[in-house]
Design a protein around this ligand. Sequence first.
Ligand SMILES: [Zn+2]
Ligand SMILES: [Zn+2]
Length: 157
Amino acid sequence: MSHDVMTGQCQCGELRYRLSGSPLSCYACHCRGCQRGSGSPYTVSLLVGRSDLEVLAGTLGERRFRMPSGERSWQGCEACASSLWYASPLAPQIVAIKPGTLDDPERYQPVAHLWTQHTQSHVRFAEGATCFEEQPSLDVLVELWQARSARVEGDLS
Ligand SMILES: [Zn+2]
Ligand SMILES: [Zn+2]
């Protein structure tokens, strides 16, 4: 397993963070909650261990709110309100980073598209993309990620 160290920051640059350790999965979600929360057709989430994240500069703000699927915690820059990651208080050891905030935003690419029953008509998928009409289990997302990581490491060796 490779142990990556990456840095990222918010839109205004006050909040900087460091990510170490290997992500658990990465996926794009097209659900209405993600569309409303981001104002965009879909969001990308990179699942990482909370203990692998370290805030280097700036003030991390937090808002808690309730969704039909449970309570959520938004965490982001207190100054510019960029979303950095979301957490569920039920599983606080895992957070979903918004990988567009990484200094290398293409380093991690989604292994699947979720809630494609709500995909907006102008969005196009890459050929062979894995799509789920609704929410697959976390295990499925982790397995897809591990399968891709194994292929990539196989290609490099
Ligand atoms: Zn900021
Ligand atoms: Zn979603």
